[in-house]
Design a protein around this ligand. Sequence first.
Ligand SMILES: NC(=O)C1=CN([C@@H]2O[C@H](COP(=O)(O)OP(=O)(O)OC[C@H]3O[C@@H](n4cnc5c(N)ncnc54)[C@H](OP(=O)(O)O)[C@@H]3O)[C@@H](O)[C@H]2O)C=CC1
Ligand SMILES: CC(C)(CO)C(=O)C(=O)O
Length: 316
Amino acid sequence: MKIAVIGAGGVGGYFGARLMDAGHEVFFVARGGHLEALRSHGLVVEGAAGDLALRRVNATRDPSAIGPCDIVVLAVRCFGDEAAAAVIGPLLGPDTLVLTLQNGIDAPHRLARRLGARRVLGGGAYIAARIAGPGLIHVASPRVVLELAPVSGVLTPLAAEFVDVGNAAGFEVTVGTNVDVVLWRKLCLTSAFTGISCLYRADIGALRDDPVSFGLLAAAVAEAVAVGRAAGVALGEGAEAAAMEAFAIMPADLRSSMLDDLEHGRPLEVMVLSGTVVRLAAALGVAAPVHASIVDRLEGHIRGKPLALLAPAGQD
Ligand SMILES: NC(=O)C1=CN([C@@H]2O[C@H](COP(=O)(O)OP(=O)(O)OC[C@H]3O[C@@H](n4cnc5c(N)ncnc54)[C@H](OP(=O)(O)O)[C@@H]3O)[C@@H](O)[C@H]2O)C=CC1
Ligand SMILES: CC(C)(CO)C(=O)C(=O)O
């Protein structure tokens, strides 16, 4: 398959590297020092999901240098997805599918309004990965799972082929037909973990060890599940238990992407995570006090801060 990955960070870098290692023609759209490193030294993936060193990778700033692809993976941060989508045109052939991997519940729907629902797959990426240095991706999660669903509800042959391609490439891919179920399952887990890990400045091991923080994590999952159900999303009976089981088996040192952002003074995705839960809870008349408190406590960090201005843990 010919695959373009827009955003070669923790998520895009990992999935793109696995697909390339499996023999697919992968092109990374990247920028800055990371792009320079990809061009000069290639891409290295290290950590709990296995090591890979790809000495030569196709990397460019300019999508028109790549041409139409079978699959385009959109793996930039939520606040960058509109800008990235605006330059996606040259990557699209008549049947190209675009897979969004952003956290939150809106990215595939936003893209579908721009490109048409038949082209867009929404994805929930269960991975903990970050750029550890230019050209270097560190993965903390031993198991990497991608849950997919087409926005149109119709699984095309190309989408089905991509599921097989992913499974053969070394990550687990599951596919559903209801994109909102896929997105909300991920939101319930991620909004709770990102928010509570940032309030405590703690990895999952420390959160699990403290009954108070673990109770807040469980309460945050329960709030998100209740809001999702009130919004009409068919989250199954086991939705809360599945998120709690995921927390139980995460390696103790696993950290959320938003904690990494907070500690590096980068903008936070909190408004597409806990912020979404709070907004919909208010509209639907459901209580979400834990998520409201997460948004409130992190408000001052939403746009990021220079490192020197970051307060030490517990002092803001
Ligand atoms: N990290 C994780 O473990 C997980 C993250 N997610 C979600 O996946 C999404 C991506 O996260 P993550 O991989 O961590 O993000 P990263 O910041 O690690 O990677 C994004 C990369 O895309 C680059 N980029 C942004 N816009 C463009 C553009 N227009 N053209 C080329 N490159 C661009 C960024 O460059 P620059 O740095 O210059 O902005 C950066 O290198 C987020 O929505 C996140 O919530 C989901 C599951 C797990
Ligand atoms: C919670 C986690 C690690 C789940 O994959 C994640 O999506 C993130 O940190 O952004």
